[in-house]
Ligand binder design. Structure first.
Ligand SMILES: Cc1ncc(COP(=O)(O)O)c(C=O)c1O
Length: 435
């Protein structure tokens, strides 16, 4: 057992689930061989506790390291801020500078609130949306974090959220009084949304900017019309999609204007910062409801975000992410065709993803992919959060390795011996199996 997995055994004894984020649990990758912990990370390189170095062709800090790990410019700005004190009785001026910057990049907006995590920011956004519309029911699609308003969807049936990211999320501990306050609908399924809106007095519609697919024009126009007609606040969660295809949200590309847009993850290149950015009219409601927390004013998040955004703009980072995502996706497609492997590559290039098409064998096969890539020095799974540090030479070498691994997987499928090829138990997605 590697040192990371040994530590993971200890962690599970002292923390329920082992850590604070499902996406970093080894059970989601290759449970008995995944390095699990890192000692250092720089650019796209990451070192485990045994001194092994990997190239990260997987999650890049679960989407937070958009510029690459430990970006010098961001880290230098943060170190300077540390020397000046990170929390004081008086406010950090960077809070105001960052709000001004976000208003400049989101011209529809007239107000900003900050938080630290995505889930918190979404809880704030939903509170403000409910306050603004004066109605508490929410229609949503996609994943929006861990909070009560969202998990309430599973009170009336544990599988209501299964199609929105993770199957089997338990709503235990969420007040049962919240049942029937939130209603999920499928992305791009306008009819489903229309039914919800006609059956319930909806005050907010919440969608993701994009996940694997983009919203269709018809869907967006439909949502805008419904929102306008019924005076519903439209919240676009760009926590994952933001900064990856524009300097801001994907909504900018799709020719519509939300009432609130929410950013997180990549905005501080790994430092904790999230933002709720909305029209003046809607955001002014934040003064009518209590929203306040000590660490929402801590300095480093603002400093990191200002420097990250400066670099995103200066280097046209999103163009790089799209180009590299395209290179990876195209490479997967070509290699899959070469080895007669059935997979589908999704559309959102900066979070490029392949989905294997082997039904119940998918999990074993994708574990095999991770296992064989680990042997070749890569943290790899079916999705890559592309970063500015992923340069074309790195991708070429990665694809050379994928070529070998796809060939190996293809043979295992043909010989019907995928499980025999595995040196680890099989990965899991289900929440039930991860806890
Ligand atoms: C679209 C979206 N919303 C909200 C969240 C929750 O963010 P956090 O994990 O920072 O709480 C995530 C996290 O993956 C996300 O992808």
């Amino acid at each position: 057992m590697n040192s990371g997995l040994k530590l993971w055994q200890r962690a599970k004894k002292v923390m329920p689930g082992g850590n604070g984020l499902l996406s970093k649990r080894p059970e989601r990758y290759a449970p008995d061989i995944w390095p699990t912990y890192y000692s250092r990370a720089k650019g796209v390189e990451i070192w485990d506790l045994d001194g092994n170095k990997y190239i990260d062709m997987a999650q890049m800090g679960i989407g937070s390291a958009i510029l690459g790990y430990s970006d010098d410019d961001v880290d230098d700005a943060v170190k300077e801020a540390i020397d000046c004190g990170v929390n004081a009785t008086l406010n950090a001026p960077e809070e105001c500078y960052l709000a001004e910057k976000l208003l400049e990049l989101n011209p529809f907006a007239g107000g900003v609130k900050f938080a630290r995590t995505g889930g918190e920011a979404m809880a704030i956004a939903v509170r403000i949306a409910r306050a603004s519309s004066g109605r508490s029911k929410v229609a949503f699609s996609g994943y929006h974090g861990w909070s009560d308003w969202y998990l309430a969807a599973n009170i009336s049936g544990e599988n209501n959220l299964s199609d929105h990211l993770l199957p089997g999320l338990k709503p235990k501990g969420v007040p049962t009084g919240l049942a029937e306050t939130v209603f999920p609908f499928q992305y791009n399924n306008l009819d489903e949304l229309k039914k919800i809106v006609s059956a319930h007095d909806i005050g907010a519609i919440v969608i993701e900017g994009a996940r694997y697919d983009f919203p269709t024009k018809e869907f967006l126009i439909g949502i805008k019309n419904i929102a306008k007609e019924k005076n519903i606040v439209l919240v676009v969660d760009e926590i994952t999609s933001g900064w990856r295809m524009t300097n801001g949200g994907i909504y900018k590309l799709l020719d519509y204007i939300p009432d609130i847009v929410v950013y997180g993850k990549a905005m501080g290149n790994g430092y904790a910062i999230s933002a709720i950015v909305g029209t003046k009219e809607v955001m002014d409601e934040a003064n009518e409801t209590f929203i306040s927390s000590t660490f929402w004013t801590e300095r480093l998040g603002f400093v990191a975000a200002l420097k990250t955004i400066e670099k995103l703009e200066k280097e046209n980072v999103y163009e790089h992410l799209i180009k590299i995502g395209d290179m990876i996706g195209g490479g997967w497609r070509d290699l899959a065709a070469k080895h007669n492997l059935k997979l589908h590559v999704t559309d959102f290039k900066p979070l490029i993803t392949f989905k294997l098409e082997y039904g119940e064998k998918n999990q074993a096969l994708s574990t095999l992919f991770t296992q064989e890539m680990l042997k070749r020095g890569y943290l790899a799974a079916g999705s890559v959060y592309v970063s500015f540090a992923h340069k074309p030479e790195i991708i070429k070498e990665y694809l050379r390795n994928v070529d070998e691994v796809f060939e190996f997987m293809s043979k295992a499928i043909k010989n019907d011996n995928i499980k025999d090829c595995l040196e680890t138990s099989i990965r899991e997605d289900s929440f039930k199996r991860l806890t």
